[in-house]
Design a binder for this molecule. Structure first.
Ligand SMILES: *[C@@H]1O[C@H](CO)[C@@H](O)[C@H](O)[C@H]1NC(C)=O
Ligand SMILES: *[C@@H]1O[C@H](CO)[C@@H](O)[C@H](O)[C@H]1NC(C)=O
Ligand SMILES: *[C@@H]1O[C@H](CO)[C@@H](O)[C@H](O)[C@H]1NC(C)=O
Ligand SMILES: *[C@@H]1O[C@H](CO)[C@@H](O)[C@H](O)[C@H]1NC(C)=O
Ligand SMILES: *[C@@H]1O[C@H](CO)[C@@H](O)[C@H](O)[C@H]1NC(C)=O
Ligand SMILES: *[C@@H]1O[C@H](CO)[C@@H](O)[C@H](O)[C@H]1NC(C)=O
Ligand SMILES: *[C@@H]1O[C@H](CO)[C@@H](O)[C@H](O)[C@H]1NC(C)=O
Length: 632
């Protein structure tokens, strides 16, 4: 039904190849790398007004497709979405590969399932490459700038993993994914900026124009990331006013942020009634925010330095002092961008522009980013081992186990305990708790690649097969509970090497053979080992004594010896029987033909011998086989 994901990737590959070629032939005007996905779509789609290409759905880990509905005009006009019922697991991701390393704006739009029964607004969390960037707030489906989430991330390794995490409020759903390359230095704000930092767009506002718009609508440079600008014409109705111009603005679309000229062609200015301009927004508390303010003097009456001077305060503290746009840009109709990072403790961020010397304040646009420290990831070999375990144990779909096992820290994989290894700067797995989950698979040998495990509880499932001897190499293992499964075979000798083991529950399985001496003989104070309920185990107090000890090789040897002896006996019997039959037959013939002349027989034989010597010549030429005939 969905078509082959491999085919999708192939098509994508071809598309990427094509863009690569495009880039190399137009090096002077290199276009940014862009991927757009229309979630749930079975065919590629193009949307107006920019004729943007949206690839059909690929790279997802599960979920279902549905028709989409949105009341908001800024949401791309796509008709399908993908949603993830809880039965598909709490974590679901899109894994997009073949992304050139670089700096990207990633954006996800959300919409509602077009089904009267499902049309409620789900609330869930979103992460990019293991870093949680946002939690949807109730009401998002009715507010332009909450119907999507956007973040600036660095892609160091050619892949982007975007995950939706269920919070138990409805089925997460997603309409579209955009991964748009931006300048490597875009939104540089100082030393804290970089690969370990994600900037989530908290607000992007163009002032003085009531209309929301994308960079694209503004004929913006493609390196701008196709930003969405929410429009506002007033901060406080009646006490400020908006102005605009058609004149050209200098210094607008320049590196690294390539702002569209349009955002500088309108502004909000204060009036005599209320000289201060004040803008307020809700934020998540106890975070750092990077604030970017845009100015251009577009009031034709203001031409000289000193005619408009103001301070900017953030939550009451002066962030920028004595802003005099004309002094700072040298000219009117010229863009000025200022940025500052502030820590916010409360739930509101208030920007105040306070004029000096009786002038008025002006502002053209505002951007606010939440600064998020990028999470460290889980060690790659641990992730591989867990994925292998997932398939060996036949983990049900409801577990999910998509994305990174340990991060975002708010949403680790269920049944997995993590620990941060500060030596390697990566997360590792120190506990597995998959008890009582109806698992029917087997334990893979490479479970031991999870070298940091301290506790394993797989009790009360239907796990079959043997206990991997590799478990003996997980030196830190303290708790191993495999009780109440269907494990068979013997207990590997290697478990005796686990000197930290405090709890070993193997009771209630089909294990057989001798309990390794190292386990049986271990002083049991402060350790609890349970081997009961395995009909075939023997060798320690409380269990039956074992029969004579015999190694596997010895058993094989003995079995082989017995087989050889049996075969030899069989061959001997056959020979004896055949010989006996021959003798009997010969005797019968002799009895029938020669019995009356028994005495003459020896003579006859002697005569034949003599005749043979005389006829050697004739035999070699004419009757080569006559000799033996005569003899028999
Ligand atoms: C989506 O809507 C179309 C009609 O517009 C319908 O044919 C199709 O079955 C719907 N798909 C789903 C998954 O509901
Ligand atoms: C942002 O401000 C910092 C100083 O606070 C400055 O170093 C940096 O260049 C500014 N970034 C841009 C893109 O203007
Ligand atoms: C905010 O930035 C400062 C450094 O400027 C850092 O010490 C602090 O931990 C940051 N706060 C948060 C919540 O990230
Ligand atoms: C404000 O005006 C006073 C005199 O009116 C002047 O001395 C001062 O320099 C002005 N301040 C600014 C920042 O322009
Ligand atoms: C393992 O899980 C079971 C519940 O399924 C629990 O009864 C048992 O105590 C756990 N084992 C250990 C060692 O904690
Ligand atoms: C253990 O059980 C599996 C089937 O579940 C069987 O294939 C295997 O031969 C058994 N091993 C031993 C040692 O009995
Ligand atoms: C060992 O397991 C059996 C059930 O299989 C239980 O009855 C017994 O109490 C356990 N022994 C210890 C020491 O926990």
């Amino acid at each position: 039904m969905l078509g082959s994901p491999i085919l999708h990737l192939l098509l994508l590959h071809i598309a990427l190849l094509a863009t690569d070629l495009g880039v190399s032939t137009a090096t002077t005007n290199k276009e940014p790398f862009v991927i757009r996905i229309s979630c749930g779509a079975r065919e590629n789609v193009r949307t107006q007004p920019t004729n943007a290409l949206w690839y059909r759905d690929f790279g997802y880990t599960g979920g279902r497709l549905a028709n989409a509905t949105s009341l908001l005009s800024i949401v791309p006009p796509l008709t399908t979405l993908r949603y993830f019922p809880l039965s598909d697991g709490p974590e679901n991701c899109y894994n997009i590969n073949r992304i050139p390393r670089g700096h990207y704006a990633v954006r996800f739009f959300f919409a509602l399932v077009k089904d009267p029964n499902l049309e409620s607004e789900p609330l869930f969390d979103i992460s990019v490459d293991g870093t949680q960037i946002y939690s949807l707030r109730s009401g998002w489906s009715k507010k332009d700038d909450q119907s999507f989430v956007e973040a600036l991330v660095f892609v160091p390794d050619t892949s982007v993993s975007a995950c939706l995490h269920s919070t138990g409020h409805g089925d997460p759903s997603i309409l579209s994914i955009e991964i748009i390359q931006v300048d490597d230095r875009a939104y540089y704000f100082g030393p804290l900026w970089g690969k370990d930092t994600v900037l989530r767009t908290a607000k992007r506002l163009t002032c003085g124009s009531g209309k929301p718009a994308f960079d694209e609508d503004y004929n913006g440079n493609h390196w701008g990331g196709d930003r969405f600008w929410l429009g506002t014409s007033t901060f406080a109705a009646g006490s400020d006013k908006s102005i605009s111009t058609e004149d050209k603005i200098a210094q607008a679309s320049i590196s690294p942020n390539f702002y569209p000229e349009k955002i500088y062609q309108s502004a909000i200015v204060s009036t005599d009634r209320q000289p201060d301009l004040s803008f307020q927004m809700e934020v998540d508390p106890n975070k750092n925010y990077s604030i970017w303010l845009h100015f251009a003097e577009i009031d034709s009456r203001i031409k000289n330095t000193g005619e408009r001077v103001f301070d900017v305060l953030v939550n009451g503290d002066v962030a920028f002092e004595n802003i005099d746009i004309i002094r700072m840009t040298g000219e009117p109709y010229t863009a000025l961008v200022l940025n500052r990072t502030v820590a916010v403790n409360g739930r509101t961020l208030t920007l105040s522009l306070r004029p000096i010397n009786g002038s008025h304040a002006i502002i053209n646009a505002i951007e606010v980013f939440e600064i998020i420290a990028a999470e460290h990831k889980t060690a790659a070999q641990e992730v591989r081992a867990l994925q292998n375990l997932k398939s060996s144990l036949g983990l049900p779909l409801r577990f999910g186990w998509n994305g990174d096992p340990c991060v975002p820290q708010q949403h680790p994989w269920s049944g997995v305990d993590c620990q941060f290894d500060s030596k390697t700067g990566q997360w590792v797995i120190d506990g597995l708790g998959l008890d009582n989950q109806g698992l029917k698979g087997f334990l893979p040998n490479d479970i031991a690649k999870l070298q940091y495990l301290q506790s394993i509880n797989l009790s009360d499932n239907s796990i079959r097969g043997g206990i991997p001897s590799s478990l003996g190499t997980i030196t830190g293992l303290e708790v191993l509970d495999l009780s109440y499964n269907q494990l068979n075979g013997s207990i590997p000798e290697s478990l005796g090497q686990l000197t930290s083991l405090r709890i070993l529950n193997l009771n209630g399985n089909f294990l057989s053979g001798r309990v390794p001496a190292d386990l049986g003989g271990r002083p049991l104070h402060r350790a609890s080992f349970n081997f009961t309920g395995n009909a075939g185990l023997c060798g320690i107090p409380g269990l039956p004594t074992c029969g004579p000890h015999m190694s596997v090789a010895a058993k094989v040897g003995i079995a082989f010896g017995a087989l050889v002896a049996f075969l030899v006996l069989l061959v001997c019997l056959a020979c004896w029987w055949k010989r006996r039959q021959n003798i009997l037959r010969a005797q019968k013939i002799a009895a029938a033909r020669e019995a009356p002349y028994a005495k003459a027989r020896t003579h006859f034989t002697r005569d034949v011998q003599m005749a043979k010597h005389q006829r050697v010549h004739d035999q070699s030429r004419n009757h080569p086989e006559s000799g033996p005939h005569l003899l028999s």
